[in-house]
Design a protein around this ligand. Structure first.
Ligand code: SAH
Length: 246
């Protein structure tokens, strides 16, 4: 069987383009909100709807949340590109399609309380907060959490709660959760997350070693756990407080 290439050709090209334009002024950021909005609507149409995301709440959330506010100045002009982007501390904001897919898979109801592990830029948390009542989000890097909290409060969200810590342990004080989204990849499903999930709830999580991960949906039903593998993905590893991968 032929091995899957680590990077696809278009990803390599986009990487070269990023490096090139980050060091030159070849491409300017749009200056007005109207231009950002135009880019955002185009993103939803060409990257999200075109790939089969149908949940109107997810599509509306992606049309609403200003992704460029969550991207560092240096990469802002690529905020609506079909790609993850660096956010500092060697971490990334996920590709818009992956955010949309995970949000669709976790199948939230308006009244839901959701836990996110891996706050990063705060973008996924804002998307979740557009759809459901409350979002609890845990991040291991203090700088990222503080930055995300600032952006989120400037945008006026009042239903997102932040914790700095190791999300492998979830956030027991507010459990049980109706849904859990994990945006960094451990090698196996963390036991505390299963315990903190309400019966009938779902966990959407990437699992596996770097460069060999898959996205999974776990559903808790009475004493059973139903598992579904969705697609191969590439996330940053879930790490502990010494930086060791789980
Ligand atoms: N949801 C984010 C994606 C961030 S990438 C966004 O929308 O931007 C994944 C994040 O998981 C990184 O910020 C990384 O620091 C964080 N992370 C890694 N291990 C973690 C752990 N054990 N607990 C909490 N966060 C963790």
């Amino acid at each position: 069987m032929r091995k899957k290439p680590f990077l696809r050709f278009h990803q390599v090209l986009f990487g070269i383009y990023l490096i090139f334009t980050a060091t030159t002024d070849a491409c300017q950021s749009p200056e007005s909100d109207t231009q950002w909005n135009k880019q955002r609507l185009a993103m939803v149409e060409t990257q999200i709807e075109a790939r089969g995301i149908r949940d109107s709440r997810v599509l509306n959330a992606l049309r609403t949340v200003p992704r460029h506010h969550f991207v560092p100045e240096k990469y802002r002009r690529y905020a609506y590109a079909d790609s993850p982007l660096p956010i500092g501390a060697d971490q990334t904001i996920s590709q818009p399609y992956i955010v949309a897919l995970m949000t669709e898979l976790v199948a939230l109801k308006k009244s839901d309380k959701v836990l996110e592990v891996g706050t990063g830029s705060g973008y996924q948390a804002a998307i979740l907060a557009e759809i459901c009542d409350s979002v609890f989000t845990v991040e291991i890097f203090e700088t990222l959490s503080r930055n995300a909290r600032q952006v989120i409060s400037q945008l006026g969200y009042r239903n997102i709660y932040f914790k700095i810590g190791d999300g492998f342990a979830g956030w027991a004080e507010h459990a049980p959760y109706d849904a859990i989204i994990v945006t960094c990849a451990p090698s196996h499903l963390p036991e505390p997350l299963i315990r903190q999930l309400r019966d009938g709830g779902r966990i959407v999580i990437p699992l596996g070693p770097a460069y060999d991960q898959n996205l999974y949906v776990y559903q808790k039903k009475k004493n059973d756990i139903i598992v579904e593998r969705v697609i191969p993905v590439r996330f940053v590893p879930m790490i502990d407080s010494s930086g060791i991968s789980y």
